[in-house]
Design a protein around this ligand. Structure first.
Ligand code: SF4
Length: 154
């Protein structure tokens, strides 16, 4: 079951978007130097359509994107909630996913998200805003990945 620990309005995670970033727990990755080790535990509250609806009613007018931070233990649920956001907002709010996987095992994500970040955190290579990073940020357009990682380096 997908669970969230907290959320915040952020400006850096997705270029040119004001994002509601939702931090998901039960992360299956074990990156050395993990920025939020508590997210590796199965903690928090269930995240479902009811919670998403409440968040959109509260913050929907002030954001342009919802960004799921994690969720690799339940990728189908992340995709399902992203599709729900698109339907609920009539595509007004974009959807993004920060995954720690190198590649996604599902093509569903291509049709559920406007942005996808891929790659685990590798301490000596640095996070997404470092030019040395292994992580990649993609914009999804017409079912294709466009690498926009360079936009994080400004
Ligand atoms: S993917 Fe993120 S939350 Fe998960 S272990 Fe790696 S750094 Fe930590």
């Amino acid at each position: 079951m997908l669970k969230y620990v907290d959320y915040d309005i952020v400006f850096q995670e997705i270029p040119d978007e004001v994002s509601l970033a939702i931090n998901l727990s039960n992360c299956p990755h074990r990156c050395e130097g993990c920025h939020s080790p508590q997210l590796q535990s199965d903690i928090g509250e269930p995240l479902n359509e009811n919670v998403i609806t409440e968040l959109l009613e509260k913050y929907g007018d002030g954001i342009t994107c919802v960004c799921f931070m994690g969720g690799d233990s339940a990728p189908d649920e992340v995709c399902r909630l992203a599709e729900f956001i698109r339907l609920f907002t009539n595509d007004k709010i974009k959807t993004a996913w920060y995954s720690g996987c190198k590649v996604l095992n599902t093509d569903t994500a291509l049709h559920s998200f406007n942005y996808i970040k891929l790659g685990p955190y590798i301490e000596h290579l640095g996070p997404l805003n470092k030019k040395t990073t292994n992580q990649k940020l993609f914009k999804i357009s017409q079912g294709k990945y466009q690498n926009i990682t360079y936009k994080m380096w400004k």
